[in-house]
Design a protein around this ligand. Structure first.
Ligand code: 7TS
Length: 429
């Protein structure tokens, strides 16, 4: 049953799950990703950049091919067979995302291009209700996607933007957050998991506190939805944004999952085809949600292919995914710490963080480090990770980040550790 998110994975040949039903076998999973069989610079590809974008399993690639080969047409506009098939496949994506997140009503799932577009939509459409004297609370660990749209709101509407500070342990200062909340707070925007520190934030607790003062809660799920069991209702969020491409799906598709009654109260921000009910030369009325927010031809094929990625995640079971990645991050932290020369960022407790590690070798710039690692077939990301305020807080200009996924295993972590030692030797350290 593909809906078995809460608990056990499904056994079976090639399922990637072996023995204990809740255990995931990353080597079996890896075989499902054609790109992971390639070599890079003469070495086996060790892909440790899933937080930037994940690789795509065969099933997703096949679904893309199938759509273009057999069912390619525009959606919602034609009565011919291909148009009906394309529309059904596109709408099936909406249903599938709702089911994956245990969101009761698919009308609350808006299909967009990425998490960034989803966050901008809320900032514009819900932000239109705000004005001087109103406050938005974000955090100091947000990706620019969940920061810049709110900064734009301060410029356009004169609202005040505040930030939850970060403790030295890489977690949100919840005491400061509680003190910041007031009847002036209209929006709380928080990432469920930091793309730099890995920190998993107590979103449900923060949402409950925000709701007590009447604020709406916007959760950036870009890093959490693909890696943690996430239920929209359990999260307590009013809006949740995420991207398919970080969840083993295609690029060009992202989602805003919202409470339909709130979406109903939002004006569209982009006008054009599909989002209208009736248009006159000088006026128009809007379509129902969620179509009101989906102007123009969407990423039809990519949306249609995304359910194949969610099928894989559910086959493995999100609890098994989380357990695998938590064990892996514990192993990585232990091995990286034992090197003795790295500055490691983020919480020390693997139970409080997701599947990535950020670090700095004080003697080597992260870009140089990433380049030497690439020569060994190891793909990591180096830079500010679109979180410049966080970098300033950490006192770093950049970090190297290794991020994991369902196909990552201890051999990959060992390759990284060997690569870091080789980098030191290369630079004469
Ligand atoms: N929010 C978080 C927490 C992210 O990590 C990212 C992308 C986004 C939002 C934006 O996602 P998009 O799909 O709209 O671009 N993060 C990264 C990263 O860490 N490296 O590359 C992209």
């Amino acid at each position: 049953m593909p809906g078995a998110t809460l608990g056990v994975g499904v056994r079976g040949p090639g399922s990637g799950v072996r023995g204990d039903a809740a255990r995931l076998d990353p080597v079996a999973v890896r075989a499902r990703f054609p790109i992971l069989g390639r070599r890079v610079n003469g070495h086996r590809l060790v892909y440790l950049d899933s937080a930037a974008t994940t690789q795509k399993p065969e099933a997703v690639l096949e679904a893309i091919q199938r759509m273009y080969r057999y069912s390619n047409a525009n959606v919602h506009r034609g009565v011919h067979t291909l148009a009906e098939e394309a529309t059904a496949a596109y709408e099936a994506c909406r249903q599938r995302v709702a089911r994956f997140l245990h969101a009761p009503d698919p009308r609350g799932v808006v299909i967009l291009r990425n998490a960034t577009e989803a966050l901008n939509l809320v900032a514009r459409a819900w932000g239109a209700r705000l004005g001087p004297g109103d406050e938005v609370i974000a955090t100091a660990m947000e990706h620019h996607s969940n920061l810049v749209p709110w900064i734009m709101l301060t410029r356009e509407r004169g609202v005040t933007l505040r930030h939850v500070p970060i403790t030295d342990g890489g977690e949100l200062d919840l005491g400061a957050y509680e003190r910041m909340l007031s009847p002036r707070t209209r929006i709380v925007a928080v990432t469920a998991m930091s793309n730099v520190l890995g920190t998993i934030n107590p979103v449900a607790e923060m949402a409950a506190a925000a709701h007590r003062v009447g604020a709406v809660v916007v959760v950036d799920g870009a890093q959490s939805v693909p890696h943690l069991p996430v239920g929209f209702a359990a999260l307590g969020a009013d809006f949740l944004a995420f991207s398919a491409h970080k969840a083993y799906g295609p690029t060009g598709v992202g989602f805003l999952v919202g409470r339909p009654e709130l979406l109903d109260r939002m004006e569209p921000v982009s006008g054009g085809g599909e989002m209208i009910r009736e248009v006159h030369l000088d006026r128009a009325t809007w379509n129902d949600v969620p179509h009101r927010f989906e102007a123009g031809t969407p990423s039809i094929v990519d949306a249609a292919a995304f359910p194949a990625a969610l099928d894989l995640l559910e086959e493995l079971g999100m609890d098994a995914v989380r357990r695998h990645e938590e064990e892996l991050v514990a192993y990585a932290l232990e091995r990286l710490r034992s090197l003795g020369f790295l500055r490691l960022h983020g919480p020390l407790d693997p139970a409080r963080r997701g599947a990535l590690v950020s670090f700095v070798d004080p003697e080597i710039h992260p870009h140089d480090q990433a380049q030497v690692l690439d020569g060994l077939g190891i793909a990591v990301r180096a830079g500010h990770h679109c979180a410049q305020p966080l970098m300033r807080r950490l006192g770093e200009v950049a970090t190297t980040r290794a991020s994991f996924g369902i196909h990552t295993d201890r051999d990959d972590v060992d390759a990284l550790v060997d690569g870091l030692l080789a980098t030191r030797r290369y630079f004469g350290g």
